[in-house]
Design a protein around this ligand. Structure first.
Ligand code: IMP
Ligand code: MG
Length: 174
């Protein structure tokens, strides 16, 4: 297995994929009869969204947004900018925003403020990881893969300075 220097495996691939399968089944039940649109937040959500979407047994649609928050540092700047907006109008849609990790909560709080005025039928947040001990604003994910401690997580889409996104497990940066 490829484990780069400075990285330690925190949750192995089997554990992560098993949990994502369960999340997909939960979403499939909750959205029965609906056609949810999954909005992946680039780039970190890509592996999670790909895995999750395969476990959602409903006619789901895909869209993507890109927002800036961190640059190449480990700390959030507090400013959130939309770099790429959705391709389709979300009016009347059941929207599930797919994120890699909720840390201070600032990024998702700002994004939800922006999306709320767009007339979606429902708007929920599904994150692979949640770091509640770091929260600066009051936001709670509707679906969460794992709660993690205050450590810098990499892999399964998550990066440090754009590296490690391709690791098939969730690692901790030492
Ligand atoms: P927040 O605004 O502080 O909640 O930060 C959210 C964004 O920061 C996430 O979408 C990630 O891109 C990034 N981030 C926060 N914590 C980590 C981490 O532990 N590893 C990798 N990226 C992180
Ligand atoms: Mg992100």
């Amino acid at each position: 297995m490829y484990i780069p220097e400075g990285v330690e495996v925190y949750l192995d691939e089997e554990t992560v994929d098993g949990r994502i399968k369960a999340l997909g089944e939960e979403i499939s039940k909750d959205y029965a009869g609906k056609e949810p649109i999954l909005i992946g937040i680039l780039k970190g959500s890509i592996p999670f969204m790909a895995q999750l979407a395969k476990r959602i047994s409903l006619p789901a649609e895909f869209d993507f947004m890109a927002v800036s928050s961190y640059g190449n540092s480990r700390e959030s700047s507090g400013k959130v900018r939309i770099i790429k907006d959705t391709d389709y109008d979300i009016k009347g849609k059941d929207v599930i925003v797919i994120e890699d990790i909720v840390d201070t909560g600032i990024t998702m709080t700002r994004l939800f403020e922006m999306l709320k005025g767009r007339g979606a039928c429902s708007l929920k947040l599904c994150t692979l990881l949640d770091k509640p001990s770091r929260r600066q604003v009051d936001i709670e994910p509707d679906y969460c893969g794992f709660e993690v401690p205050d450590k810098f997580m990499v892999g399964y889409g998550m990066d440090y300075a754009q590296k490690y996104r391709n690791l098939p497990y969730i690692g901790v940066l030492l």
